[in-house]
Design a protein around this ligand. Structure first.
Ligand SMILES: [Fe+2]
Length: 256
């Protein structure tokens, strides 16, 4: 079985190492090279490939050093803004990591060139894996820095349509803040309240809130629930379209 090592960096960033072939590793958004090098050494792993979800410094800062020290290859979707990039990928591109297919999903919204990486299930691994960068967070979504709400909404819908048992690994640990926001929006929602309590307990125990699953996000992430009658009612927008509710939620979260 393949496995994933999660490394916390810069306070709230998550770096992921995906281990395969016993001693090979793939890194996603390795923003602190020293942490990654130390973890590789502790686990006896060789870094082969880096996947970048988007060009922001807190996702790419460690790549040049890692490339120089390990000879790994850097893959991403933004030729101009990702330093040291070796392979530029676009929507629908399939990468092979050992016997597993990784599909590039273009998810503009947070930035124009953001992508997510979906690793399909395989013979020995029944769950797919989704690395979402700053597009989909656990209970939340990224800020709209370079695109409009409509664009981000479409990107989120693509992610939400993946198999429900897909494991979701996001770029930041904003889970608690996201559920505090959700609970503020829907104070009477018992599911949100229970989830918030659960998140607080997980964090108190020093555990991580990743991975989530597509099913959990589809049913509990307030942004993905923008099309539901409950969310429309909570915002006082009963006749609005899902994307309008989404835009309003994002606007309120920006100032929460
Ligand atoms: Fe970002």
């Amino acid at each position: 079985m393949d496995s994933i090592i999660t490394i916390s960096a810069h306070g709230d960033n998550f770096i992921y190492l995906y281990r395969y072939n016993q001693s090979d590793a793939l890194a996603v958004d390795p923003s602190e090279s020293s942490l990654v090098l130390r973890t590789l050494q502790e686990h006896g792993l060789s870094l082969r490939t880096i996947l970048i979800t988007h060009h922001h410094w807190d996702h790419v800062a460690g790549t040049a050093d890692l490339k120089q020290k390990t000879g790994c290859k850097i893959i991403g979707a933004d030729k101009r803004r990702i330093p040291g990039i070796d392979l530029v990928v676009e929507d629908g591109r399939i990468l092979m990591i050992a016997d597993r297919k990784v599909r590039v999903i273009a998810t503009p919204g947070h930035t124009r060139t953001s992508v997510c990486y979906y690793m399909e299930p395989s013979a020995g691994n029944k769950n797919g894996i989704l690395w979402t960068g700053d597009t989909l967070f656990i209970g939340g979504c990224g800020r709209l820095l370079e695109c409009d709400a409509n664009t981000m909404w479409k990107s989120l819908q693509r992610l939400a349509s993946l198999p429900e048992d897909t494991l979701v690994y996001c770029g930041h640990d904003y889970t608690l803040e996201n559920y505090e926001f959700a609970s503020d929006i829907e104070p009477g929602n018992q599911d949100v309240k229970e989830r918030l309590d659960q998140i607080r307990q997980i964090l108190r125990q020093g555990r991580l809130t990743v991975p989530s699953s597509i099913l959990k996000e589809r049913t509990m992430n307030c942004f993905l629930r923008a099309g539901t009658p409950e969310m429309k009612a909570a915002l006082g927008m009963p006749a609005a379209k899902a994307v309008e509710v989404f835009a309003e939620l994002r606007r309120r979260k920006d100032v929460f």
